[in-house]
Design a protein around this ligand. Structure first.
Ligand code: F6R
Length: 611
């Protein structure tokens, strides 16, 4: 969702910026622009609606724009339609102040009115033009860029990562952020700014994660940080351990396919990091055993697939650790007034760590004095920094908009937490505890075996590509996998789909089943297979085309079902980790067959930093 890149240093800025923006394409965008300043500070702006290629063609890959300092942006429209006019960068009337912005200025209407009363006019519908002109107003008032930026921060409400060029300060980029991601990188050759690490990883591994209200001054000589009082502050850089290749396609046709195949490795990394020599070590989370014993209940919250992990975890945690669990969609939960006892542990799940609603839910809970634990993939992200404890998943950078490997890593995080709780609360017998730990270490090879279904799944997808409606049904954990499978299918194939708790179908939705409707049953939970089979038979009797995904040893599946896919056996609590793989492949192949942009599905953004 909007991407920002900036560079100042010893080489032409525009090609670096365009290259960086291509690494942020996964975030989703509908227009793009770049601004470059030359030695005397004169700023050139080029913008274009559509893909970065259009901007690249206009500027000959950036070569036509001369200057060693610049900022660029990919825009995902919020205020105003996608158009060249609304695209960033935006500028003041004299083109002496030029800015790019990611986020939403919530009070942009009163600010705009205030600026209009002072004689400002506006050429676009964007909140960013308002932000730029607000900086201009304070710059003209106080004659000093740091002051202008801090006044901006004091007067706006909302979220922003804002990078500004001032004609009077050639070679310098001024930036500030609040609730929108911004990382800073440096080398001998210059300083970089970006919404996410992959954009600049090719040039530097030395990354500063900025905090809310950090003001940053980037120049050829280095990077300086200030607080809102314009006092210099010290920050420590992190050296990124993964390399740029991890964020490249590396020969795969799509990032999604690459990331699906990375799952055995990702699961292995996350399991092995916390479980070695048979010992489960979650000390990194700083949650004492006394505290874990004393938790009254768990509330899990997140959005989309992260929420779906919570639904799986609810079954696992309740069953293994015998602790009450509630799962809440973050965008709903943040506006509720839940009755809290203070003994809850709130677990916020987020790949990006920047999802606006999940972050808001976390803050809401912290304000209520409830302890929070984040399960996050992106190092240094807002949710990771604000939560009381963090469980970092080891999925590496996830580029495809549709999550796969981060979902799998989040499941592992939840299993490990469930095991820890089960152990300290004495809810699991020693022998079974050992079996579960062992089973976790076997998951990577079982995921690998599940991936071997891909040709079969691809063939099946080619037979199903004209379906208009698909139903996923299951009970218990199989239901939890159904909701994720349905989301995956919808978001990248654009085929309508529903996920239903199998027993719920006949309470209304079965009326939608027609001749040929595809119903996919998930059958991994031994005690529930018979029940779900009955529900599948009910749909088959009404003309449905029934296919099932079942564990190797699942019995009692009628031969009349059209297709049966088998996945390896595992402990019943961990089946989601295998079943979801086949469903990800199904969604992927259908999307490819239908000619869709798999990694960047329409209307979607990777990191949803607006409400
Ligand atoms: C679906 C998907 C989304 C995300 C959701 C939360 O494939 O990727 O539903 O799961 O937007 O994002 P994070 O995990 O970054 O908070």
């Amino acid at each position: 969702m909007c991407g920002i890149v900036g560079f100042t240093g010893g080489k032409q800025a525009a090609p670096v910026i365009l290259d960086g923006l291509t690494k942020l394409e996964y975030r989703g965008y509908d227009s793009a622009g770049v601004a470059v300043s030359d030695k005397d500070g004169t700023i050139d702006i080029v913008k274009a609606k559509g893909k970065l290629k259009v901007l690249g063609d206009l500027t000959d890959g950036g070569k036509k724009l001369k200057g060693l300092c610049g900022i660029g942006h990919t825009r995902w429209a919020t205020h105003g339609e996608p158009s060249e006019n609304n695209a960033h960068p935006h500028c003041n009337d004299e083109k002496t102040i030029v800015a790019v912005h990611n986020g939403i200025i919530e009070n942009f209407t009163p600010l705009k009115e205030k600026l209009m009363r002072r004689g400002y006019t506006f050429y676009s519908e964007t909140d960013t033009e308002v932000a730029t002109k607000l900086v201009d107003y304070y710059y003209k008032k106080y004659g000093e860029p740091l002051r202008a930026i801090s006044e901006f921060a004091l007067h706006v409400r909302g979220s922003y990562a804002l990078a500004v060029l001032f004609k009077d300060y050639p070679g310098k980029i001024f930036a500030i952020r609040k609730d929108s991601p911004m990382v800073i990188g440096y080398t001998d050759g210059g300083a970089y700014l970006a919404s996410d690490v992959p954009a600049i990883l090719k040039y530097t591994r030395n990354i500063y994660y900025t905090d809310n209200h950090d003001i940053v001054l980037l120049s050829e000589k280095g990077v300086t940080f200030y607080n809102l009082d314009r006092e210099e502050i010290k920050k420590d850089a992190t050296v990124i351990s993964w390399d740029a290749e991890a964020a490249e396609k590396g020969g795969w046709e799509h990032f999604m396919l690459k990331e699906i195949h990375e799952q055995p490795e990702v699961v292995k990394n996350t399991v092995n990091y916390f479980l070695h020599d048979g010992k489960l070590d979650l000390s990194e989370l700083n949650l004492s055993e006394e505290y874990l014993k004393d938790i009254g209940s768990i509330i899990i919250t997140g959005c989309g697939s992260a929420y779906h992990v919570g639904v799986v975890a609810q079954y696992v945690l309740e069953d293994l650790a015998r602790i009450p669990v509630r799962v809440e969609i973050a965008s709903e939960f943040r506006y509720r007034k839940p009755v809290l006892s203070g003994k809850e542990l709130v677990i916020v799940i987020s790949q990006s760590g920047e999802t606006a609603d999940s972050l808001a839910a976390l803050r809401e809970m912290k304000q209520n004095g409830v302890k929070t634990l984040a399960i996050v993939n992106v190092l240094g992200s807002s949710i990771a920094r604000e939560a009381d404890s963090v469980f970092y998943t080891k999925a590496g950078p996830e580029i495809s908009v549709a999550t796969t490997k981060a979902y799998s890593a989040q499941l592992i995080a939840m299993y490990l937490i469930a095991l820890k709780l089960a152990k300290v609360r004495g809810a699991v017998a020693g022998e079974y505890y050992a079996t579960l730990k062992k089973e976790l270490t076997l998951l990577p090879e079982k995921i690998e075996k599940t991936l071997a279904l891909k040709e079969e799944v691809q063939k099946f997808a080619s037979q199903m590509m004209d379906k208009k409606d698909v139903f996923f049904i299951g009970r218990g954990i199989d239901y939890a996998v159904s909701i994720e499978s349905s989301l995956k299918l919808k978001e990248i194939s654009y085929i309508h789909s529903e996920a239903y708790a199998a027993g719920e179908l006949k309470h209304g939705t079965i009326s939608l089943i027609e001749d040929g409707t595809l119903v996919l049953g998930i059958l991994t939970q031994k005690n529930l297979i018979e029940k779900t089979v009955s529900n599948l038979v009910e749909t088959a009797s009404r003309g449905a085309y029934v296919a099932v995904l079942a564990s190797e040893k699942a019995e009692g599946i009628p031969e009349k079902f059209e297709r049966i896919f088998r996945i390896p056996e595992t402990d019943e609590h961990f089946f989601a980790s295998l079943a979801v793989i086949a469903m990800q492949l199904f969604a992927y192949y259908l999307s490819v067959l239908r000619g869709n942009d798999v990694d960047k599905p329409r209307n979607l953004a990777k990191s949803v930093t607006v409400e």
